[in-house]
Write a protein that binds this ligand. Structure first.
Ligand SMILES: Cc1cc2nc3c(=O)[nH]c(=O)nc-3n(C[C@H](O)[C@H](O)[C@H](O)COP(=O)(O)O)c2cc1C
Length: 202
């Protein structure tokens, strides 16, 4: 399907056909595509957890305010953003250097600049974690829809409970959940606010 059409037809699903699972290879492919999202300095400051076993789904449903789509969806991805991105930037850029996709002097300047900007700025680290995780989440949604799956987004969850249940460390912030699977019921996309209220050409 053409990407514009896919965007025009996407809507959030909260009722899935629980009898239709996804293969782990499909789940992994969705996460691979999500990690092709852009991130500042190519930090790739994210972590994705695929919740697809019935025990893990039950745990996640409790944390997500009892929202039943977490159980009926084939998989729910916990998309985390990570703090202290400057500390792992040299490692994150290594494959780009090896592939000749990034000149050494640019990589060096990014590391210097990122250290100067992020090291003493926890607010910026958090903003960046949320930006990166959000872009990864939207990329995953479009990839899943492109595979003929339905998706939904969940922001309603208990963050401390999530951190504990999925053993996230102090640098991993759960930002958003994305459910994916085969819809039991498909709703039309809701109309949006008038363009004139939300856009500006300058
Ligand atoms: C950050 C965020 C948090 C959301 N949280 C929830 C949620 O907890 N439960 C839910 O059913 N839908 C949730 N949604 C889905 C929105 O209600 C939905 O995207 C919105 O109504 C627009 O509908 P559409 O996605 O079908 O276009 C969330 C969406 C976003 C982007």
């Amino acid at each position: 399907m053409n990407l514009n059409t896919l965007i025009e037809q996407r809507s959030s699903t909260s009722h899935y056909d629980a009898s239709k699972p996804l293969a782990d290879s499909q789940i992994t492919e969705l996460m691979r595509l999500a990690t092709l999202a852009p991130s500042a300095y190519h930090f790739q400051n994210w972590k994705l957890i695929a919740v697809r076993s019935s025990t893990a789904k039950a745990r996640l449903k409790d944390i997500a305010m009892g929202q039943t789509q977490v159980e009926s969806a084939a998989v729910t991805f916990i998309i985390c953003g990570t703090l202290m991105p400057h500390q792992q930037l040299t490692t994150a850029l290594r494959p780009s250097l090896d592939a000749g996709a990034l000149p050494q002097e640019i990589a060096d300047s990014w590391v210097t600049s990122a250290n100067a900007s992020y090291a003493d700025n926890p607010q910026l680290q958090r903003d960046e974690a949320i930006r990166s995780a959000s872009l990864a989440a939207m990329t995953l949604i479009l990839a899943a829809e492109g595979m003929g799956l339905s998706t939904g987004t969940i922001g309603g969850f208990d963050t401390p409970a999530m951190i504990e249940a999925f053993a996230l460390n102090a640098e991993e912030i759960p930002v958003i959940l994305v459910t994916a699977g085969y819809a039991a019921e498909k709703r039309p996309q809701k109309p949006r606010r008038p363009l004139s209220e939300v856009v500006e050409l300058v």
